[in-house]
Design a protein around this ligand. Structure first.
Ligand code: ADP
Ligand code: ADP
Length: 229
């Protein structure tokens, strides 16, 4: 069962120019932890945005959790993302005027979960991620590593088929980065399907079961023998 299927996907930001990405074909199976590496400008964010449904390809099809998403309208995409995709960003993107608990619950409530159900799921995640003592704190009071844990809990609250992590250690010092690395490994062990975008090969090696390396928008190498090119 594939969680991601990209078929002949290309993205051009300006017509006429060379594509920023692709054409590329790539499948990610359930339970894989894929790292996407490559130098700055190689197309990592473009790939992530297409998989997340934050942007649309110029060519090809993007299928996530069995659903073709490249043709969906904005509203359908937003609903789809909420249900099936969790995203952790480099700069966390937490809401500073909501408590940790409320930040984590918010996507569950937006997806229609009841208050009690959302609260129970947030509790479960705070416990699993070791941030329960900060439940009533505001994100501004937490360290970078703790904030990233809150961001991961928020990303996981709706039990997404796919967890995307965009340079999750990029804004952290090395100790906190190490901590987030451990968190990614723990999530991988639970069978969570993960796509980790990073320019850091050490992070990729430590956390991923497979690495795809991009150069100039093309897949230059794929550590998986099964990979289609
Ligand atoms: P990476 O994440 O690996 O740094 P990106 O996906 O951000 O790479 O960029 C790939 C290429 O696409 C680069 O040449 C970049 O300048 C270009 N690009 C990215 N986003 C845009 C955009 N919104 N408009 C125009 N060009 C873009
Ligand atoms: P990078 O520095 O790796 O390119 P960015 O921080 O620019 O990553 O974010 C990657 C992409 O995610 C961008 O295209 C941006 O538009 C999108 N993005 C960032 N934050 C949010 C958000 N809160 N909601 C939706 N999209 C976001």
């Amino acid at each position: 069962r594939q969680v991601i299927e990209l078929a002949g996907v290309a993205k051009r930001y300006d017509s006429g120019g060379a594509p920023a990405l692709g054409p590329c074909t790539l499948s990610v199976a359930r339970g894989e932890a894929l790292a996407v590496t490559g130098p700055s400008g190689s197309g990592k964010s473009t790939l992530l945005n297409l998989v997340a449904g934050l942007d649309r390809p110029t060519d090809g099809s993007v299928t996530v959790a069995g659903r073709r998403i490249d043709q969906l309208n904005e509203r359908a995409l937003a609903t789809f993302r909420r249900a099936h995709i969790g995203i952790a960003f480099q700069f966390f993107n937490l809401l500073d005027d909501l408590t940790v608990t409320d930040n984590i619950q918010l996507p569950a409530q937006l997806a229609g979960a009841g208050r009690r159900q959302a609260a129970a799921r947030a509790d479960e995640l705070m416990e699993a991620l070791g941030i329960q003592r900060h439940a009533r704190a505001y994100p501004g009071r937490l360290s970078g590593g703790e904030r990233q844990r809150v961001a991961f809990a928020r990303a996981l609250v709706n039990r997404p088929a796919l967890l995307l992590a965009d340079e999750p250690t990029g804004a952290l010092d090395s100790a906190a980065g190490h901590d987030v690395r451990g968190l990614l490994l723990d999530l991988r062990r639970t069978g969570q399907t993960i796509v980790l975008v990073t320019h850091d090969p050490t992070l990729a090696r430590a956390c991923a079961s497979r690495t795809v390396h991009l150069v100039d928008g093309r897949i230059a190498s794929d550590s998986s023998a099964r990979a289609a090119r």
